[in-house]
Design a protein. Structure first.
Length: 438
């Protein structure tokens, strides 16, 4: 790819993400004819408040020595349902011996949330005789399902739910059942909480553990059912006993103070880069501006993916700002290498290429180690969404910062040093005012 094309693509990326990242991007969409498109960064409970739901578990049929285990399993399943993608800042905590409190930031449809979190979602399969209509329960249930996803069948022009059964015994049981049904012509009926959801329908022998369930559903219903099945059935029945709206835990003033502190810190960093690295520092600031617009755009676009929306809390903001610092660190490594090469008498072109080549391994290793830390934090903090949110924003920021430091800054430098005014050593913080070799 030519340098000119790279530069044009970066300019387009900067303009598009800059427009999407701005607070009133809906004005841009309206000017383009899309009057009902509105994107926004979703905020956590600590920033915007939300809904607080309290469910009470019915443990009357659970042996006393198994109640603690049942409540722990209940909290786990409710957490998966309320936070499908693992990035939303929900809080799910046990209260007392038989209650679970769920905090949902910025929730709009409380009734839908109640149904999603508190529904039992017990999945069962029933064999239906094609002649008599008699129903025979099978030994296959939601416990045999590893995951479920919503899909769309273009041949039938309707959504469906794809089940992936657990390997081993579960896949074998399902293969034996469907083989028998395909041979004798009987039907398979799928029930969710005892209600017919898919079928009864004929089925072919399914031996690979992947089943496609089709019914009269829209895409949102298919997604909800898939999410409920993946999260698993509640180990015990629950009843909603409390529901209230909660305000921001930090308050508007605390949020504003944090934002002001972040802006001051970023301004000081930008000023330092401009004073110490001058023209190169200006390019780094431009790259950081592009980094910021790309990251905010990704935050907003994540809201278009149900269940995987990035919810921003103060911890998330901290991860975002920390990743900016890492992006600056990468630029400093590059520029210091570049100054060393220029002092050695190399041309600007040679010095720039050598600087990026020599600094890349350090940038790669430091960022990869940070990404590994983010993965560990994410994997070990399922019960603490605020830590997961920090890990997600920091990890995403590190990836984007690597792109802007290595691709954007490099392209901008390559463009500038090919101009006569861009090859003055003093413009890069060096003492000599002469030009480097061509």
């Amino acid at each position: 790819m030519s340098l000119r094309l790279k530069f044009i693509l970066i300019l387009v990326l900067a303009v598009v993400t800059g427009l999407l990242a701005m607070p009133r991007e809906d004005l841009v969409f309206s000017a383009l004819g899309f009057k009902h498109v509105k994107l926004s960064v979703k905020q956590g409970l600590d920033l915007q408040g939300g809904a607080q739901l309290v469910f009470q578990a019915d443990l009357s049929k659970t042996p006393s020595d198994q109640r603690d285990t049942a409540m722990a399993s209940l909290v786990t399943v409710m957490t998966r349902r309320a936070n499908i993608g693992g990035t939303q800042e929900v809080t799910v905590q046990q209260e007392g011996s038989n209650r679970v409190a769920v905090g949902l930031p910025g929730v709009k449809n409380v009734n839908q949330a109640i149904n999603q979190i508190g529904k039992t979602a017990n999945l069962t399969f029933v064999e239906v005789n094609s002649q008599s209509g008699a129903e025979t329960p099978t030994d296959i249930s939601g416990n045999d399902v590893d995951s479920a996803t919503a899909d769309y069948d273009p041949t039938k022009d309707q959504p469906d739910v794809v089940l992936k059964l657990k390997s081993g015994d579960s896949t074998k049981k399902f293969a034996d059942l469907t083989t028998k049904l395909s041979q004798n012509g009987d039907l398979l009926l799928t029930l969710l909480d005892g209600q017919p959801t898919f079928g009864p329908a004929r089925t072919e022998a399914i031996t690979d553990g992947t089943a496609i369930l089709t019914g009269n559903l829209n895409i949102n219903q298919a997604r909800q059912i898939a999410d409920e099945i993946t999260a698993g059935a509640l180990p015990v029945p629950v009843t909603l006993v409390e529901q209230e709206t909660v305000g921001p835990t930090l308050g508007k003033e605390s949020v504003q103070q944090s934002l002001v502190a972040g802006i001051i810190g970023l301004s000081v960093v930008a000023l330092f880069m401009l004073m110490y690295y001058r023209l190169a520092g200006l390019l780094a600031v431009c790259a950081l501006a592009i980094y910021t617009s790309i990251t905010l755009t990704l935050y907003k676009l994540s809201a278009l993916v149900p269940g995987y929306t990035i919810v921003l809390t103060l911890a998330g903001i901290a991860g975002f700002i920390l990743s900016i610092g890492m992006a600056v660190d990468a630029n400093i490594l590059i520029f210091e290498r570049m100054k060393e090469e220029l002092r050695a008498g190399k041309s600007f072109v040679a010095a720039t290429e050598a600087a990026f080549d020599r600094a890349w391994t350090s940038i790669r290793d430091s960022n990869v180690s940070t990404l590994i830390t983010c993965v560990i934090l994410y994997a070990t903090s399922s019960a603490t969404p605020i830590i997961r949110g920090f890990a997600v924003t920091l990890g995403l920021g590190v990836v984007v910062s690597m792109f802007t430091a290595v691709v954007v800054t490099r392209t901008l430098l390559r463009v500038v040093i090919r101009q006569s005014w861009g090859r003055n050593l003093r413009s890069y913080g060096l003492r000599s005012s002469g030009e480097a070799g061509e």
